[in-house]
Design a protein around this ligand. Structure first.
Ligand code: ADP
Ligand code: MG
Ligand code: MG
Length: 214
């Protein structure tokens, strides 16, 4: 069972890296509007390193939690940039949440993992809602997942609802002005364009869930 769960994590991270390869240029362009244009490159480097690290851990016989923890460390080490450090912390926190809930309702387990990841990003990055960051899609996505778990929804339906909430929220960041990060000095220029980190967060989680991007 441990090997099967580890394989699920490795496969999910491979899909994430594949989707981020497709989105590299688009995310870079979004980041170039008011930031430094490296978001696509950083996300691709981080996710590839994460997938490789998870595969190596699985090869060594480790379970899903250890795979995800190694993936988080590799992502933070290799991505470079603000988002890489935050993604690394988020993955590690999600792994810890899964470790404390080894069994039970799958929707509740994934909801708890997503919540832990988003909370770790919030406490490390100290951005607030509306600051135009990845939290502005992550927070509503996590909240929708928790609501689905509380309602007793099946995992598949929970993903559908949570991803839809995240996508709507990511698109809505176009109306915001960045209050933190590299885009802040050129905040006005960013209005009308969604936050790259908010967009990539939804793409990553959709890929992890095995859904089509967009
Ligand atoms: P950098 O800004 O260092 O070049 P990236 O371009 O990879 O890093 O990532 C930029 C994204 O990081 C932003 O679009 C935003 O979503 C996210 N971000 C920046 N600062 C924070 C923060 N303090 N908290 C949460 N997310 C942040
Ligand atoms: Mg950047
Ligand atoms: Mg940068």
């Amino acid at each position: 069972a441990d090997a099967a769960e580890a394989a699920v994590v490795v496969d999910a991270l491979r899909r994430v890296a594949d989707v981020l390869a497709d989105l590299e240029t688009r995310l870079g362009r979004l980041d170039a509007v008011a930031g430094d244009g490296d978001h696509g490159r950083g996300m691709l480097r981080g996710s590839r390193a994460a997938a490789d690290a998870a595969a190596a851990a699985a090869q060594d016989g480790h379970g899903a939690v250890a795979c995800l923890q190694d993936a988080g460390h590799a992502w933070a080490d290799r991505a470079g940039g603000t988002s890489g450090v935050l993604w690394g912390a988020g993955l590690a926190a999600a792994a810890d949440a899964l470790a404390t809930r080894p069994v039970g309702d799958p929707t509740a387990r994934v909801a708890a993992a997503v919540r832990a990841g988003v909370d770790a990003v919030a406490s490390l990055g100290k951005a607030r809602p509306g600051d135009k960051t990845m939290l502005d899609s992550g927070e509503p996505l996590a909240a929708a997942f928790e609501a689905a778990a509380a309602a007793g929804d099946a995992l598949d339906a929970a993903w559908t609802g949570a991803l839809a909430a995240g996508r709507t929220a990511a698109a809505a960041t176009a109306g915001l002005r960045p209050q933190v990060g590299r885009a802040r000095p050129l905040a006005e220029r960013s209005v009308g364009t969604p936050d790259p980190g908010a967009v990539s967060l939804v793409a990553v989680l959709a890929a992890a869930a095995g859904r089509d991007p967009q």
